[in-house]
Design a protein around this ligand. Structure first.
Ligand code: ATP
Length: 366
């Protein structure tokens, strides 16, 4: 029997290519993993009537750990995003995204080292929405008027932004515990509490309360999200662990990926008290899907996070060292990285990059 059984949801779009690359690289480390493949995405709708079949959720529950490729959210199909559904069903309340420069990847800085901790369950992502002209929208508009809360134009669509004390406390506590566990010095809370007093304001108030428990151990400060964006771009070294409500965390994740060389290299994980699902920050990139052009680094580095999570620290370290070496060498880099580095050197395919990384890991192991 394999030492670990991990659920693999290959996803769609470039997910099929990046998932295959990831499996090949993980195998090169020699770690003993059995992959249990599970389906999700648009292709499942016809087959099972849902993009997230129950047996896929069950497979994650059984193995506790999964890695997934990106899954396209079919626009206008009436189905909600599989990614969001998985996070909700499995109560994966933390979205963890380490942001670390890889020299040679074309980042604006060569020494970014910070960690994004994004709340994963509420905020504008709660999916509580009212369509323009619907009865719900009209009643809500009337309610706000009656309460003296404000006037909303009658032809508005409305999305609700709930932020609870419970979820805020959970996410901020995770950020502080992560900082303690990983020897990080500071936690910054990013928000817009000056404008959204009862949602972001509650998040900030809760963050300040939790921070008190870690006084003397981990430093705490807060940044208004717009100022945060400027500070991040100008001085990424001001930050260490940053904790966000859902939407700002989503936007900041891509911003941070951009600082380091782009979406092709940005890994992530969705973590709950019982289960963890690892996945790249990027989406399914339909423009390059099936063309062997995708950069699989983000999913490969997500696998390194997964290996850390299951205690395979050596295999995780091998992958990270291998990635650094392939980028430092610079011969076998994909098109996104050539663009990010303004390089005329020929780009290699997803499969050639993967082979170069496998060769490098095998060389490191020899
Ligand atoms: P989502 O809304 O799910 O995040 P999206 O279409 O907004 O998806 P992505 O799919 O993440 O955004 O990517 C945007 C673009 O970045 C892609 O169309 C593609 O050109 C590029 N890109 C993303 N990921 C990669 C990758 N791994 N390798 C190469 N290019 C990528």
């Amino acid at each position: 029997m394999a030492k670990h059984t991990i659920t693999l949801i290959p996803g769609d779009g470039i997910g099929l290519e990046t998932s295959a690359a990831m499996q090949q690289v993980v195998a090169a480390t020699g770690v003993d993993i059995e992959w249990e493949t599970a389906e999700a995405g648009a292709a499942c709708i016809e087959k099972y009537g849902t993009p997230l079949p129950e047996q896929t959720v069950e497979a994650v529950r059984r193995n506790k750990v999964a890695i997934k490729g990106p899954i396209t959210t079919p626009v206008g199909s009436g189905f909600r995003s599989v990614n969001v559904a998985l996070r909700k069903t499995l109560e994966l309340y933390v979205c963890l995204r380490p942001v670390l420069s890889i020299p040679g990847a074309g980042g604006r800085y060569e020494d970014v080292d910070l960690v994004i901790v994004r709340e994963n369950s509420e905020d504008l992502y709660a999916g509580i929405e009212f369509e323009k002209d619907s009865e719900g929208a009209q009643r809500l508009i009337q309610f706000c008027e009656d309460e003296g809360a404000g006037t909303i134009r009658p032809d508005s669509g409305i999305s609700i932004k709930p932020i609870s004390e419970t979820a805020s406390e959970n996410i901020v506590r995770y950020a502080f515990d992560y900082a303690v566990k990983h020897g990080r010095k500071k936690v910054t809370a990013a928000h817009k509490a000056n404008i959204m007093k009862h949602s972001d304001g509650l998040f900030l108030q809760t963050a300040r309360k939790v921070a008190k428990e870690y006084e003397g151990q981990v430093e705490f400060n807060d940044n208004i999200i717009d100022a945060f964006c400027m500070n991040l771009v100008m001085n990424p070294d001001w930050f260490d662990v940053i904790v966000f409500p859902n939407l700002y965390g989503d936007i900041a994740s891509d911003l941070c990926a951009g600082l380091c060389g782009g979406l092709g290299i940005a890994p992530g994980a969705n973590i709950g008290k019982e289960y963890a699902v690892f996945e790249a920050v990027h989406g399914s990139a339909p423009d390059i899907a099936g063309k062997n052009l995708a950069n699989p680094t983000a999913q490969i580095l997500s696998a390194a996070m997964m290996l850390d999570h299951i205690g395979e620290l050596e295999a995780a370290a091998l992958i990270r060292q291998g990635v650094r070496n392939v980028y430092a060498d610079g011969t076998n880099l994909t098109a996104d990285i050539r663009r990010a580095t303004n390089s005329d050197a020929p780009a290699v395919s997803c499969t050639d990059f993967t082979q170069a990384l496998v060769d490098e890991i095998e060389r490191l192991r020899a």
